[in-house]
Design a protein around this ligand. Structure first.
Ligand SMILES: [Ca+2]
Length: 560
């Protein structure tokens, strides 16, 4: 981090960075000399000069952490390559290095975030002064950080937009480096054929001289869909046309079709961090189309759809054919709703869960989902002589989750609301030795996830009242004005009797915090809200009004 800071790479801001990257790309000859740099999206991402001094300070910190991570990553990849060299095997090893699996990620939104779990719960613009509280710990285990999308836009130079934007080259075009000294003789040369990541496997198979098996363990295999790019390894083929002629792209209702140098794109209608609005109900047809001739327009800068309506129609038709062939349909433009949509799993249809012994590591998808519902958690425990402490039940962790535990003998229930607020119910006394029943009872006020069926998130994240009871007696009641609408920290598990990975409240305990009382029985009951006839009528009306005849809102009138 200190090394990166001393380099002062980012002090000029994200627009200057974009210009500098673009100049470097031209100087290095990795993009065409006539490539155009598209204008800065000033309506979407505030120009650097208009930021406050504090915002600039925060954003520079955010990007320096990212840069330090990238440098660290490079170093570690270098070690892998060095290991092959040390083994004397680098010369005849094929290395395919793809710099990222998509464009730079922009889920941090224009301001960035110290906690990506906040974004996935709909909190996408955390004010700079709130974020400054995390300045000193940015990039440590205390943050789940993401930089301002202004940097992400700059890192996608010479293209525009981001990861999630399947119709823009900033979302889908990546650098790739291939090394195989024994085979590739024109070291350092450039190849510009269109290839897609699905071409990697066929290339490796061809390089190794083996056929893809048609059957594996008696099961017929789906065909491999890519096209080998091994031919590009030979200098004589440096300029031959690409063998991969056609490729569809699609992500959450945004799509594109590449066909022999042409690219048909749907106009971007939401930024990646705008994930919580009404979804496009017809992503195949309800689109503004853009057309590019990538043979002359490397950076997707000049939309020529108006001059070539026949080409637009042809490529639309081709997209439909490709999408049918590769099981892309039905298109679904929803984003947030998908996160909380119930999936087939062991908890489906169940409302009561009983556990009779400690257990850790249950993935959240297979554990009771408590958000947007009323629920009760009841623990029958036996406290030994001398008292007890430790975790009874937890899910999520430092960046969002809940915990039910004994702290210095006292029962505690805690909701960690995306690391910005913690609400704690606590019994007044340490539990005495012997048997006790602890209960946390939560009554939810909203309509629940049923509203999602109407393209409506209003049932989620509403208020509710929690009561902690000890041996049947209420000891504390607190109303939450808001609850987590979407998701707990996804890389933490549902644990009973101890806590894996991070804890929900660092100032109370350190994991694993094993329960020293005996857990006899833990019962979770979930009571999901049901929509009434009247609720359904109201939601249907709201959905019709939100979509009826109105064009999709475009977040950005320019630059395309
Ligand atoms: Ca944990």
């Amino acid at each position: 981090m200190d090394k990166i800071r001393k380099m002062q790479l980012f002090d000029g801001g994200y627009q200057k960075l974009r210009e500098r990257i673009f100049e470097n790309q031209k100087r290095l000859g990795v993009i065409p000399q006539d490539a155009k740099l598209t204008p800065w999206p000033k309506d979407l991402l505030k120009p650097w000069d208009e930021l406050s001094a504090e915002a600039k300070k925060l954003f520079i910190r955010q990007v320096e952490i990212f840069a330090a991570y990238a440098a660290y990553n490079d170093h570690e990849i270098g070690r892998v390559i060095q290991a092959f060299e040390d083994l004397g095997r680098l010369d005849n090893t094929l290395i395919i290095y793809i710099n990222g699996d998509n464009g730079t990620s922009a889920e941090g939104g224009p301001l960035g975030t110290p906690n990506e779990v906040a974004f996935f719960n709909g909190l996408s613009e955390l004010p700079v002064d709130v974020q400054m509280k995390f300045y000193d710990v940015w990039g440590t285990e205390q943050t789940y950080n993401h930089m301002s999308a202004g940097w992400s836009w700059a890192f996608d130079t010479p293209f525009d937009w981001f990861k999630q934007n399947a119709s823009r080259l900033g979302g889908i075009n990546q650098n790739m480096v291939v090394s195989w000294p024994a085979r590739i003789k024109d070291k350092g040369a450039l190849r510009e054929q269109f290839i897609h990541v699905i071409d990697v496997v066929p290339t490796i198979l061809e390089a190794a001289g083996i056929q893809a098996p048609e059957m594996v363990d008696g099961i017929k295999q789906a065909p491999i869909e890519g096209t080998s790019f091994l031919y590009t390894f030979d200098a004589k083929n440096a300029k031959v046309p690409s063998r991969h002629k056609t490729q569809y792209f699609e992500m959450m209702g945004q799509w594109a079709l590449y066909d022999d140098g042409w690219l048909l794109s749907t106009k971007v209608n939401r930024a990646p961090w705008q994930a919580f609005g009404v979804a496009n109900p017809d992503p195949l047809n309800n689109q503004v189309f853009q057309l590019y001739d990538l043979t002359k327009d490397f950076s997707q800068a000049a939309d020529i759809a108006a001059q070539h309506p026949e080409k637009v129609a042809e490529l639309r038709k081709k997209f439909v054919a490709e999408a049918k062939k590769y099981q892309v349909f039905p298109l679904d433009a929803s984003v947030a709703a998908r996160i909380v949509a119930p999936r087939p799993n062991i908890t489906a249809g169940r409302t009561e869960f009983v556990y009779t012994r400690p257990m850790v590591g249950l993935p959240q998808g297979d554990s009771p989902f408590l958000l947007n519902a009323s629920y009760s958690i009841t623990a029958d425990i036996t406290v030994p002589e001398g008292g007890a402490e430790g975790m009874i039940l937890t899910s999520g962790g430092r960046f969002a989750g809940y915990g039910f535990y004994l702290l210095e003998g006292k029962p505690v229930f805690l909701w960690n609301l995306i690391d910005l607020k913690r609400v704690k119910w606590e019994g007044p006394d340490a539990l005495t030795p012997g048997s006790h029943t602890l209960e946390f009872d939560f009554k939810y006020d909203g309509l629940g996830v049923g509203t999602l069926a109407f393209n409506n998130l209003s049932g989620l994240g509403r208020s509710g009242t929690g009561t902690l009871k000890v041996d049947g007696k209420a000891v504390q009641t607190i109303k939450l004005e808001r609850t987590l609408p979407m998701i707990l920290q996804w890389d933490e598990s549902f644990d009973i009797g101890s806590d894996t990975l991070t804890g929900v409240n660092d100032s109370d305990y350190k994991p694993p915090f094993p329960l020293t009382a005996k857990l006899n029985k833990l019962t979770i009951k979930v009571d999901r809200p049901q929509l009434s006839e009247q609720d359904i009528k109201t939601l249907e009306k709201a959905e019709a009004e939100a979509l009826d005849g109105k064009p999709l809102r475009h977040v950005q009138p320019g630059p395309h």
